[in-house]
Design a protein around this ligand. Structure first.
Ligand code: DGL
Length: 262
């Protein structure tokens, strides 16, 4: 599994909880974070490079792209290049969203790169043509989360401005289509109002991994708990510190972070 940084650990958590026997390697490209403001070509190059590294060093049976931006711009090329299944977060996220909407007016918020790629818009039109989808890029949200500022007046002001079109569109469900946005769930929920359900893609992605492994007959069905390794291309200590909070303090999973500078 890989992400541009620690945000994808929410997906790792869901996979570890659902499939505790599987061995997991999580690669955080913290040395080149963030992806959301980079060009599609650059994010695709990075994603290919990480997949090559994972495949040559660890020989995984499946790769999860736990980053919305990378899933949006690089998944197609990546899946065509490698000979193991590649699972992104877009389809699982949209599946969660479509499950909860009653009015069929839904919204997706994500980084500039993800929204500009048009990937959510295309996939939603394919999966549920009857649905009215509103999208909003939210530049600034990731930076607030990185600073640990998840509930300040400034976040609220920015959320009010960026989410205003979605309120006007009267959506009843909103997908947090960026690894960092679940941390801003409170201000986002306050701005959107009580009638809007917020969803994220982590759990549905874990179910997609489970389904794929089962259908290929590759589930690791044994008593033994899997190993969990974490690799960071940037500072390993800060990744471990932040990661422990995100992954939950009760898990033994994030004790050692290996460093892989490019
Ligand atoms: N992981 C990215 C995503 O889900 C957010 C952080 C970044 O911009 O790299 O889109």
């Amino acid at each position: 599994m890989f992400d541009s940084g620690f945000g994808g650990l929410t997906v790792a958590r869901a996979v570890i909880d659902l499939l505790p026997n599987e061995n997991l390697i999580y690669f955080a490209d913290t040395g080149r974070f963030p992806y959301g403001s980079r060009s599609a070509a650059e994010v695709t190059d990075f994603s290919n490079q990480i997949a090559d590294l994972l495949l040559t060093q660890h020989r995984p049976k499946l790769i999860v792209v736990a980053c919305n931006t990378a899933s949006a711009v690089a998944l197609g090329e990546l899946a065509a290049r490698v000979d193991v299944p590649v699972i992104g977060v877009l389809r699982p996220g949209l599946e969660s969203l479509l499950k909860v909407t009653v009015t069929s007016r839904v919204a997706v918020i994500a980084t500039v790169g993800t929204i500009a790629s048009g990937a959510y818009q295309r996939l939603a039109a394919q999966m549920a043509p009857q649905v009215e989808l509103s999208c909003a890029a939210c530049p600034g949200f990731v930076e607030f989360v990185e600073r640990g500022e998840t509930d300040s007046d400034q976040v609220r002001v920015l959320a009010q401005r960026l989410l205003a079109p979605l309120r006007e569109a009267k959506v009843d469900a909103l997908l947090l289509a960026c690894t960092h946005y679940p941390f801003l769930a409170r201000p986002i929920a306050e701005v959107m109002g009580r009638d809007v359900v917020l969803v994220s893609s982590a759990d549905e992605t874990a179910f997609a991994v489970q389904r794929t492994l089962r259908s290929l007959g590759q589930s690791r069905d044994c008593e033994e708990v899997g190993t969990h390794r974490f690799v960071s291309s940037g500072d390993a200590d800060s990744f471990a510190r932040l990661g422990r909070i995100l992954l939950g303090s009760n898990g033994p999973e994030l004790n050692d972070v290996e460093c892989h500078p490019w």
